[in-house]
Design a protein around this ligand. Sequence first.
Ligand SMILES: [Zn+2]
Length: 258
Amino acid sequence: MNCHETQRWLPGYLDGELDLVNAVAIEDHLKTCVRCAQAHTNHQALQVVIRGSRLYATAPSNLHQRIQTSLRQADTPARAPWTLRWRWYSLALALACVAVLAWGLGRAGVAPAADDRLAVEVLNSHVRSLMTDHLTDVVSSDHHTVKPWFAGKLDFSPAVDDLASQGYPLSGGRLDYLDGRPVAALVYQHQRHIINLFSWPAPQASDMPTTIEVRQGYNQFHWTQARMTYWAVSDLSADELQAFVQLVRNQSAPAPTQ
Ligand SMILES: [Zn+2]
């Protein structure tokens, strides 16, 4: 995130309105940029002043009564000429249309497709694993150690492949929770980049080719193979992550044990 973006998103960040990925990106930027850190301090000070000031004004006690009275008068058929009534109905109809339209737009904006929601969930898990010192529950580069660790913790046995000789050493694994169920998260490295490989059973799903998505600067690869669903996420370049995904796909993925 650059200075321009950071300062643009600062108010949202301070109000806790940003998603995890952008919040972390801002925090990273603030650690290294004196100018934006100063802007952050200024915004915080401003926020304190605004919260402390008395901007709230109490309405006069008879205001409610006056509004009610004027509404009743406007709506009285005997007094309202036909054209006035017609205008009220037009206005009501227009407002209803706006409300329906806004509801539709709101739904389109805030209710992404299930796959999209899952993609966001997967990305958040990846980012959270990097920021909370909770990258691995079992730290080992040996797949003979990592694979048995999952036994008894999951209702399936994830494929744990040793890809060190191909440039993607295993760092370990941990339990994660995605799509409403516990899943396996395997952590691989490539140079200094971390790859989270999530997998869980998809008993009903047929094999699906890899889809690639770029989301907030991270590459996400998703596929279904041998009744398992996979997500690989990293800030690696798409080519390097693609190579990793190909290696994983080439290994035989065992079926769920249940
Ligand atoms: Zn900056």
